[in-house]
Design a protein around this ligand. Sequence first.
Ligand code: KG4
Ligand code: ZN
Length: 357
Amino acid sequence: MIVLGLETSCDETAAAVVTCDAETGAGLILGEAVLSQVAEHKPFGGIVPEVAARAHLTHLDALIHKAMSDAQVGFGDLTAVAATGGPGLIGGVMVGVMTAKAIASVHQIPFLAVNHLEGHALTARLTNQVEFPFLLLLVSGGHCQLLVAEGVNQYRRWGTTVDDAAGEAFDKVAKMLGLGYPGGPAIEAAAKTGNAKRFAFARPMKGKPGCDFSFSGLKTAVRQTAEQLPPGPFQPQDVADLAASFQAAAVESVADRVKRAAQRFKDEYPDGKALVVSGGVAANTALRAMLQNTCDKLGLDFVAPPLKLCTDNAVMIAWAGLERLRKGLTDTMDFKPRPRWPLDPTAAPKHGAGVKA
Ligand code: KG4
Ligand code: ZN
């Protein structure tokens, strides 16, 4: 089985080819190519959907060519082609889906529309052979969810954000403090020389029932505190202290939600062994240390795939496509790109900014 995967749902254009061992089923990356659009969006301080869609259209063909030549395969060698079918910025998703459908119909191979979140979820099965069921924390610029992965195409969503995603909060606070885009790495760097105790921000949702997240109140608290500083440009120490205090509050809030979910996971899934993290915010050292600590206390394995596979990439789409293909879960040519696409259709929908699934 050789699967080509395409990812175009946000601000990374990517193509990858994966296969699996015929006997063990273990995954193998044959070729991969990712192009970040950060430079294109930087002048706007955030992602502009129209700019993203045009950039996907411009670059996708060359990235497919690169991934396939690295893998040393031609179209005739492909078993199937997969593309992110949603959730995401619709213009970009359309570019990937239409390209994959064209390849599938010309070369007479199956087409798979992969849920971007399932791509993130299944990555740890490629990199670490994690077995179902496992608990997943997905923390990126667009998503913030706690899910149980029970099997391919089978997820229970226990928590999601009721307003902003975690990475979105880092990005917005960074913008407020003049730290630029993307904000997560900039906040983390500024926080290193800051005093996390100087501003006592409330820890959103801490102690509340359930596993939902919220970051919008914390973001407002940072803004109000920044506005009370002496007029004029921010002093570097004030920025560092605000960044450190914000990061401490955000991480402690996520910690509280994860602890509740991990405890519930232990109770309801006695066979479950691992907590997996995915999404760009997984790069945050303070967050990782907290997750490791929670897992150590509860006797769970903490699995963090290599960072380049935690952030948006096409390896995860090709791999999820392969896992779906093995189950016979192929799609037809009338599949419509989905801006919203919850992984768990039984979970109650949430409304608010940043809620995409
Ligand atoms: O998964 P990703 O590359 O793209 C999607 O949003 O799908 O995640 C990017 C997000 C951005 O919001 C970025 O600010 C955040 O991940 N991020 C971080 C760190 N590195 C990236 N957030 C906190 N700390 C970091 N070190
Ligand atoms: Zn993503």
